[in-house]
Design a protein around this ligand. Sequence first.
Ligand code: ADP
Ligand code: MG
Length: 344
Amino acid sequence: MIALRGLTKEFPGGVRALDGLDLEIADGEFFALLGPSGCGKTTLLRTIAGLETPTSGNIWIGGTEVTSVPPGKRDVAMVFQDYALFPHMDVTANIAYPLRIRKVPRARREARAAETASRLSLSELLTRRPAQLSGGQQQRVALARAVACHPRAFLFDEPLSNLDARLRLEARTFLKRLQRELAVTTVFVTHDQGEALALADRIAVMSAGRFTQVGTPTEVFQRPANTFTAAFIGSTPMNLLPGTAGNGALRVAGAVLPLPGGIPDGPIVYGVRPEYMDLSPTPRADAFAGKVAVVENLGTAHLVTLESGEHLIQTVVPEGAEPSPGTAAWAVPRPGRALVYRDD
Ligand code: ADP
Ligand code: MG
């Protein structure tokens, strides 16, 4: 297990990259840190690894406080975005390198490297150097190097981001299976919400050095706690529209919508995912009226963008149900699917 208490990191010049983070990651959990570039993900991972010293706060790994323990003694393995393989060493030597540093005898470390290589389908490549490997193979060597030292935790910093889209999907499934088999606590940094949703047991959504929400993929997708998380999660962004609550209804972009319980009168932000609205060809009071501006083919569905006054509203419609550009349409939120925010 990994625990953080009040973890803060300020860089010279006053950048507060981590701002009082509290977190507990369970033993064996696959935990994703998700957020836009510059929000502090790499800094947090490096601080857990011991490569950065926190300005204040504490870190525990496996129940032991490690805040001032040097990186080599924390028993965690980090995999970087660029893999950081040694170009002059072959695959075996790369995988065995951390074991060599730990003075594991040669025969034992070579056996461990071979066994790990076989688990990661690298057995045919043991005598090749990194330049003779594809991107996906290099990525697996970097993974193997982390796996071979049997660490207490894996720390991954965007390990899939240098692969092309198809390989990234393969590597993602592979990584998930490997983590399930090994059951090693894993912290996985990504700016890709799809990757976080697909891989993680839980996700921390980060913005400007803080967690805006920590929860399961279902929680952060279905119940984003704030408009930042709502806008960040989802393969098509959530529609977020200003409106008002009052007289038992919500008034949003010309539509009169049911008022969920517990919402006081006043200004609100109305959130509904494009997947949770249906298009009506005829007028309805509980719908957003608009003109079809763009229809994009998503393969098995279409993303329709409506121009509704000053707002652009998006809906996803099934194959064959897409309207023609320029026609009038009404987007109807499905009952119980909308979220109402008072913040931001
Ligand atoms: P992410 O990995 O989420 O893109 P980083 O952790 O790399 O974000 O950076 C978080 C913030 O800290 C950024 O504003 C970045 O410019 C700043 N930062 C990171 N490393 C340093 C450093 N060594 N010195 C000064 N500022 C840094
Ligand atoms: Mg980073």
